[in-house]
Structure formats: structure tokens, C-alpha cells
Design a protein around this ligand. Structure first.
Ligand code: HEC
Ligand code: HEC
Ligand code: HEC
Length: 146
């Protein structure tokens, strides 16, 4: 019980802290809002822990063959991509789009989208290929037909 309360207060501090910082004069990143009511976890948890959730999901899938949707990168795109004036999906990592806004602000670089699709409903990778190396033809195929 004490642990649960500790976790809860930590979550509240994080949420309140973010709001306080955002309310100050410092410009803060404001990524476009996701679709739907809420994210796959509480928003403050997502802000703090999305990278950990994603790498955990990847390890479960690739090393243990456990495939769930909850923290799947594919699912993020369903809610976090927007369409342009022509009705085409914009890449989620394009300038001003969801994954780019905070990363650009914080100077975060990541290689995930060298292999993974950046818009929803592109074809999924054919099969799990745990031995895929950056630059291999597997990553090439994923990029052209992910
Ligand atoms: C070299 C290519 C490559 C890079 C770079 C890469 N991945 Fe993957 N990833 C794969 C392949 C191949 C799979 C297995 C695809 C499948 O079976 O769905 C995979 C699977 C996953 C999965 C499980 C499938 C899902 O969506 O639930 C997640 C999550 C994931 N990767 C996240 C990441 C993240 C986060 C990064 C960046 C830190 C990253 N990947 C970088 C190739 C790559
Ligand atoms: C069902 C739709 C949905 C899915 C799936 C989804 N999100 Fe979200 N996400 C949202 C919504 C809606 C919000 C805004 C919630 C709020 O304002 O409290 C959000 C908020 C966030 C935030 C905080 C943004 C901010 O303004 O600070 C991050 C980070 C995030 N999501 C990452 C992800 C990642 C990574 C995935 C995939 C593992 C994902 N989301 C999957 C709907 C979704
Ligand atoms: C609310 C701001 C915010 C949004 C939106 C956001 N990120 Fe992040 N992300 C960060 C911050 C800040 C870091 C660096 C955290 C650190 O270094 O501890 C980060 C780090 C990461 C990392 C780890 C990079 C590394 O190797 O160090 C991955 C992977 C990642 N984000 C994936 C995503 C994906 C995928 C999306 C879009 C679905 C996304 N993020 C959207 C703020 C955000």
C-alpha cells in the first residue's frame, strides 16, 4: 500500500512538474494531440517512460516471440499521425509531427524509423527477424514495404 502511494505521488509530481514548467515562460514542446480519449498509459507515464515501454515491447516480441498490441510501435502511429491537405498521412517523425516535436526540442536522436514505418497501415514486416542488422537488406525491405 505504501509503495502504491509512493508510486502515485511520484506520478502526480511528474504531472504537476510538467504543467508547472509548461506554464512558465520557457517555450515547451507542444506535440500535436493524439487521437481518442487517452493514450495507452497515463499521459505523464507516456512522457516519462515511452522509450522504455517501446524497447521492452521490442524485446518481448523479438527475443521471446510475445506479440501484443499495447505498446506496439505500429499502434502509436494509429493515433499519433496526422493527414496533410491532400489526405495523405504525414510521417510521424516529420518536422512538427508527433515524434519529432519533443525530440527536436531535447536533441534526441533515434534510429527506429530507419526500419519501422512512419505512417499507419503500411504493410507490416513479413516476419520477426531478430538478426536484422542496420543496413542489411532486411531493414531496406522494411523501409520500402514496412
Ligand atoms: C535494423 C532495423 C530496426 C531498427 C533500427 C529498429 N527496429 Fe524495431 N524491429 C525491427 C524488426 C525487423 C522487428 C520485428 C518486426 C515484427 O516482427 O513485427 C522489430 C520489432 C519491434 C517492436 C515489436 C513490434 C511492435 O511494433 O510491437 C517494437 C516495439 C520495436 N521494434 C521498437 C523499436 C524501437 C523503439 C526502435 C528504436 C529505438 C527500433 N525498434 C529500431 C527492426 C528494427
Ligand atoms: C488510442 C490512441 C493512442 C495510442 C494507440 C497511443 N497514443 Fe499516445 N496519446 C494519445 C492521446 C489522446 C494523448 C493525449 C492524452 C492527454 O492529453 O492527456 C497521448 C499522449 C501521448 C504522449 C504525451 C504527449 C504530450 O503532449 O506530452 C506520448 C509521449 C505518447 N502519447 C506516446 C505514445 C506512444 C509511444 C505510443 C505507442 C506505444 C502511443 N502514444 C499510443 C493517444 C494514443
Ligand atoms: C512529450 C515529448 C515526447 C514525445 C511526444 C515523444 N518523445 Fe520520445 N523522447 C522524449 C524525450 C525527452 C526523450 C529522451 C529521454 C531521455 O534521454 O531520458 C525521448 C527518447 C525517446 C527514445 C529513446 C532514444 C534513445 O535512444 O535515447 C525513443 C525510442 C523514443 N523517444 C521514441 C518515441 C516515439 C516512437 C515517439 C512518437 C510515437 C516519441 N518518442 C514521442 C520525448 C518525447
Amino acid at each position: 500500500m505504501r509503495a502504491a502511494i509512493a508510486v502515485l505521488s511520484w506520478a502526480l509530481i511528474c504531472a504537476a512538474g510538467w504543467t508547472a514548467v509548461a506554464a512558465a515562460d520557457t517555450p515547451m514542446p507542444t506535440p500535436p494531440r493524439g487521437k481518442g480519449e487517452r493514450c495507452v498509459e497515463a499521459t505523464d507515464v507516456m512522457r516519462r517512460d515511452h522509450m522504455r515501454l517501446l524497447t521492452h515491447q521490442r524485446d518481448e516480441t523479438m527475443h521471446r516471440g510475445i506479440r501484443t498490441k499495447k505498446h506496439s510501435l505500429v499502434e502509436c502511429l494509429e493515433c499519433h499521425t496526422r493527414k496533410d491537405d491532400q489526405g495523405q498521412f504525414m510521417p510521424v517523425n516529420a518536422e512538427g509531427e508527433f515524434c519529432n516535436v519533443c525530440h527536436d526540442y531535447s536533441g534526441v536522436t533515434m534510429d527506429c524509423f530507419e526500419c519501422h514505418a512512419t505512417t499507419p497501415r503500411q504493410r507490416k514486416p513479413v516476419a520477426a527477424r531478430p538478426l536484422a542488422e542496420p543496413g542489411s537488406d532486411v531493414s531496406f525491405r522494411l523501409r520500402v514495404a514496412p
